[in-house]
Design a protein around this ligand. Structure first.
Ligand code: ADP
Ligand code: MG
Length: 547
């Protein structure tokens, strides 16, 4: 037999290898992700080749990815039946830096000017990551071309690799990894299974460990909606979000412009923040063509949508972009814009078509939308349409939207009125409510501390200002009270003026002004608020916070 050919790695590859081999990067397990994703790519390419080529070697092999591990010998084997590689492809793909991943890694290294460990994880150094754990790697491969040869590429990750011909390989690629002594744990069946479950659950092809298929879920988001059962959506949600509840509803959509997107977004049943688990972390995973880029990217959705779970797959993402630079990239901003808009639209539709479903969502997750109103100017108008409040027109426990409120407002009503209080009865028994009740003007009831902040931030809805019903300058003259009949005779002007100055004298600096008013119906007097920025309720809150 011929002696194996010896090749030096390209200088840049040596550089990458040197860093990878000596790295202290802790997530060594990502080599599995990289190799399985390559296996998946190669299989995907074969599938495409099958569409155009008639002559394919080993044409009827099952398209699956097989992983075996031998703890004793410390070997892991990852095998695919994809396109395989020819002699020249081996040199080009595994001996040079031609491919994108390691190139981006090198560029980032140059920019950061140091041996930055974390870059390995961020860029997915690709195939070369295997040398973090391997003492030796043998790549057995057979190209799909009819007249190809069976080849072995072999290296210990130092300066060189060898290629020689072998016998009897099936189409595709078989990578045998001899683990370094200290990384033998990766040859444990449990360990490798856990890693594959973590990273490859949605690889399109079956990934089997010792014959057992691990990724039964598949890339659900790329399937046609009509082919997916509710059960599958639920199972996928639980799997993806690591959740114990069911999703209450979901949005599965695809878009081609401005970006190519396939996404499933879930609204959970349970609000974990409501359970006192602390602030939720974002949980919408980002994929590029079924390959996981980042399982919890920041900025993919606005903060106030942090309860949403799911997956976004965009073919427009560069696979090898670093997580940090990605989070601020214009691409992420564009994705954020599209996703937020679609999710809000879904909520609007729910509210219209399935009001009970929406109401229950509102009861559990309304706080997030209120947070949105106070922090997210861009989506404020859309969010305002989704707000719900109890009011003097609703039954206890039932709510109204702001649009419905306005549709009921009598002609001449210029503002949207609200009152804060701990409960319905507390609000309705106070003096501020009287004038509105007498005129049949609806008042929104705000029970939550955040509600007044919401009103203050939003200021207006459909050009009608939000006004607290305890403000001093409410003008209800345009609407006359309906219960006006047995109103007792009013004091003469001088008498009422004398009475006002008498009270002002008694109260001194406690009040800024004492006047007569047409607002009261049953009560003799009330205290109104002259401070536009702070209602009595807010003042109470501020006081409580200072203590
Ligand atoms: P990337 O996947 O970003 O291109 P990798 O370092 O992971 O970079 O892989 C380098 C190249 O090696 C791939 O682009 C592919 O051409 C080739 N390759 C790696 N694994 C396989 C495989 N299992 N089958 C066929 N080709 C492969
Ligand atoms: Mg790769």
């Amino acid at each position: 037999t011929q002696a194996p050919e010896r090749h030096e790695f390209q200088a840049e590859v040596k550089q990458v290898l040197d860093i990878v081999v000596h790295s202290l990067y802790t997530d060594k397990e990502i080599f599995v992700r990289e190799l399985v994703s390559n296996a998946s790519d190669a299989t995907e390419k074969l599938r495409h080749t099958q569409l155009t080529e008639k002559e394919i070697f080993d044409a009827d092999l099952d398209l699956e990815i097989q992983v075996t591990a031998d703890e004793e010998s410390g070997e892991v084997t990852i095998r695919d039946f994809g396109i395989g590689m020819t002699h020249d492809e081996l040199i080009e793909n595994l001996g040079t830096i031609a491919h994108s991943g390691s190139k981006a890694f090198l560029n980032a290294l140059k920019e950061s000017g140091e041996k930055n460990e974390n870059l390995i994880g961020q860029f997915g150094v690709g195939f070369y990551s295997v040398f973090m754990v391997a003492e030796k790697v043998d790549v057995y491969t057979r190209s799909w071309h009819k007249d190809g040869e069976c080849l072995r590429w072999s290296s210990d990750g130092s300066g060189a690799y060898e290629i020689d011909t072998v016998e009897g390989e099936r189409r595709g690629t078989r990578i045998v990894i001899k683990l370094k002594e200290e990384y033998k744990e990766f040859a444990k069946k449990d360990r490798i299974e856990a890693i594959i479950k973590k990273y490859s659950a949605f690889v399109q092809f079956p990934v089997k460990v010792e014959g057992e298929e691990l990724n039964t879920v598949g890339a659900l988001w790329l399937k046609n909606k009509s082919e997916i059962t509710d059960e599958e959506y639920k199972e996928f949600y639980k799997f993806q979000a690591n959740a114990f509840d069911d999703p209450r509803f979901w949005l599965h959509f695809s878009a081609d412009a401005p970006l190519e997107i396939n996404s499933i977004l879930f609204a959970p049943t349970e609000n974990m923040e409501g359970f006192g688990f602390g602030r939720m972390e974002p949980g919408v995973a980002l994929y590029c063509r079924k390959v996981l880029i980042d399982s919890d990217p920041k900025n993919l959705l606005p903060e106030w949508l942090r309860f949403v779970r799911g997956v976004v797959d965009s073919a427009d993402l560069p696979l090898n972009i670093s997580r940090e630079s990605m989070q601020d990239s214009s691409l992420i901003q564009k994705l954020n814009k599209v996703l937020t808009k679609r999710f809000l639209k879904t909520l609007e539709e729910k509210a219209k078509k399935e009001p009970e479903v929406y109401d229950d969502f509102w009861q559990n997750f309304g706080l997030f939308l209120k947070e949105g109103v106070t922090t997210d100017f861009t989506h404020r108008d859309q969010l305002l349409k989704l707000l719900r409040f109890e009011s003097s027109y609703t039954e206890e426990g039932k709510t109204t939207s702001l649009s419905d409120y306005l549709s009921r407002a009598p002609e001449g009503q210029k503002e949207i009125y609200y009152l804060s209080g701990p409960s319905r009865s507390a609000i309705e028994s106070g003096p501020y409510f009287e004038a509105f009740k007498a005129r049949n003007i609806e008042v929104l009831y705000l029970y939550e501390p955040i509600d007044e902040f919401v009103m203050n931030h939003a200021r207006a809805f459909e050009e009608k200002n939000f006004v607290s019903a305890d403000s001093d300058d409410i003008d209800l003259d345009a609407i006359s009270p309906e219960t006006d009949t047995d109103k007792p005779e009013a004091l003469a002007k001088e008498d009422s003026e004398a009475l006002c100055s008498f009270i002002k004298e008694k109260l001194g600096d406690e009040v800024s002004e004492v006047t007569t008013s047409e607002r009261l119906v049953g009560s003799p007097a009330m205290i109104v608020n002259a401070d536009k920025m702070m209602t009595a309720q807010m003042r109470k809150m501020m006081k409580a916070m200072q203590q």
